[in-house]
Write a new protein. Structure first.
Length: 184
């Protein structure tokens, strides 16, 4: 198993390699209309500039292609995750590296989302919705669809198990049997 390098001992697992293609296609969907707009302005009837026709379009197109070749693989390598017994660790970010730890006890519901580009490559995004407002929806993109569904089901089973233990614990006692809220 290949891992991405975070400073901790336990490295994070990379996303599925098809995520690079997903990122490239998403970038292309953004770049094409922008390039078309630049071309329309560059060759349009209101053109009044000393720059040769087509030069601006060529520069924008070249920049878009370079960015589509460089950024998606870098963004892909910046993502990683590790599922532990009671929490999910997610790392992301090129310039600002973000490490998110989602305790399963804080998860309220879980979605598996799949847009048309992700569907084409068999990928999905696992979205954990947690209690609280800041960062209440934590996405983990680039998972094979079946794996995302298995992770969702595993996490949901762990949450249900924890809820069952809490519900079956005697009133005033913690799961470990110690007294809670009892004056001494």
């Amino acid at each position: 198993m290949q891992t991405i390098g975070w400073p901790e001992e336990n490295s994070l697992r990379p996303l599925h390699p098809n995520q690079i293609r997903v990122l490239q296609l998403r970038g292309l969907v953004t770049a094409l209309p922008l390039t078309a707009l630049v071309a329309a302005l560059d060759f349009g009837p209101l053109r009044q500039t000393p720059v040769p026709p087509g030069l601006t379009t060529a520069v924008v197109l070249a920049a878009a292609l370079i960015l589509l070749a460089i950024l998606p693989p870098r963004r892909y390598r910046a993502w990683g995750y590790r599922e532990e017994e009671d929490e999910l660790h997610i790392g992301s970010g090129l310039l600002i590296r973000v490490r998110t730890v989602v305790p399963f006890g804080r998860v309220q519901h879980i979605d598996v989302a799949q847009g048309p580009i992700e569907r084409r490559y068999g990928l999905a995004t696992l979205i954990l919705h947690t209690a609280g407002t800041r960062g209440a929806a934590v996405p983990l993109p680039g998972l094979p669809h079946e794996q995302a569904e298995r992770m969702r089901d595993r996490i949901r089973a762990k949450i249900r198990h924890e809820l069952g233990q809490i519900a079956s614990a005697p009133a005033g006692h913690a799961e470990d049997g110690s007294a809670q809220g009892v004056p001494m």
